[in-house]
Design a protein around this ligand. Structure first.
Ligand SMILES: C[S@@+](CC[C@H](N)C(=O)[O-])C[C@H]1O[C@@H](n2cnc3c(N)ncnc32)[C@H](O)[C@@H]1O
Length: 234
């Protein structure tokens, strides 16, 4: 973990490494919503098997880190099959969105099966959230930001709908700071988009372009190549 919730001491740029340029390209791979939608229509039936247990420690760490207080309202962006929904405390309310009808159908089945309450599932594009400014206490994107065509636009929307002082949280794999590994990630990214994500999203460039200053960055999952990035809206 780099720095925790000390707003006087934001994470230093040199601790974020890789790209120092705010205008750096975020990824070598480009996708469009239609392409992503088609990939997830195909993935829906196998998603939990393929991406469930391996990525679960990060999901658990994220909910622990967000420390949801009773009565708080969480927005989950890119809810997928609803794999996170049982992790939230009962005393909060959760709104969850996704643009894939196949993934949402799985999430609806899960909600019904588990009898989850205080929950709204909505079909929506993360880059065009249909909520008023400052609506949510916590806005959380688990394993979404390297999937969307325009991560900066999605981050701006997440910040817009988060109340001042609220938490904006990303759980994701980002480009490695190791030169050799990052070269491999850039090489494979045009292929990994076919299984749902870009392997080479540049975290420092993303945060800089989205004008977000993280208050903590923790490494999660095994191997520890995924990051839990917490920001607080000014
Ligand atoms: C890798 S899955 C993550 C699912 C879940 N959050 C998890 O923890 O496993 C990414 C999800 O984002 C959704 N998604 C991709 N682009 C989106 C967009 N522009 N707006 C809303 N959802 C999107 C996909 O349909 C998919 O369900």
């Amino acid at each position: 973990m780099i720095t925790l919730f000390d707003r006087e001491k934001p994470v230093q740029d040199d601790e974020l490494v890789t790209s120092s340029s705010g205008t750096a390209q975020l990824s070598v791979a480009a996708v469009e919503n239609d392409f992503v939608a088609r990939v997830y229509e195909k993935l829906a039936s196998v998603y939990d098997l393929a991406f469930g247990p391996a990525l679960q420690p990060g999901r658990v760490a994220a909910v622990k880190r967000m420390a949801v207080q009773p009565g708080e309202h969480v927005l989950e962006v890119g809810v997928g099959t609803g794999i996170n929904l049982s992790l939230y405390p009962k005393a909060c309310s959760v709104t969850a969105i996704d643009f894939s009808s196949s993934m949402l159908e799985k999430a609806r089945d899960r909600v019904a099966r588990m009898g989850l309450r205080s929950l709204r599932l909505l079909q929506m594009d993360a880059a065009d959230l249909k909520f008023a400014d400052d609506t949510f206490d916590i806005v959380y994107a688990p394993y979404l930001i390297s999937v969307v065509p325009d991560p900066v636009k999605v981050a701006c929307e997440m910040r817009r709908v988060c109340r001042p002082g609220g938490r904006i949280i990303f759980l994701n794999h980002f480009l490695s700071p190791n030169g050799m590994v990052s070269r491999v990630e850039r090489l494979i990214s045009p292929f990994t988009i076919h299984i749902g994500f870009k392997a080479d999203l540049d975290l420092p460039a993303f945060l800089s372009q989205a004008d977000l200053q993280p208050v903590s960055i923790e490494k999660v999952n095994v191997p520890r190549i995924w990051s839990l990035v917490t920001c607080v809206k000014d």
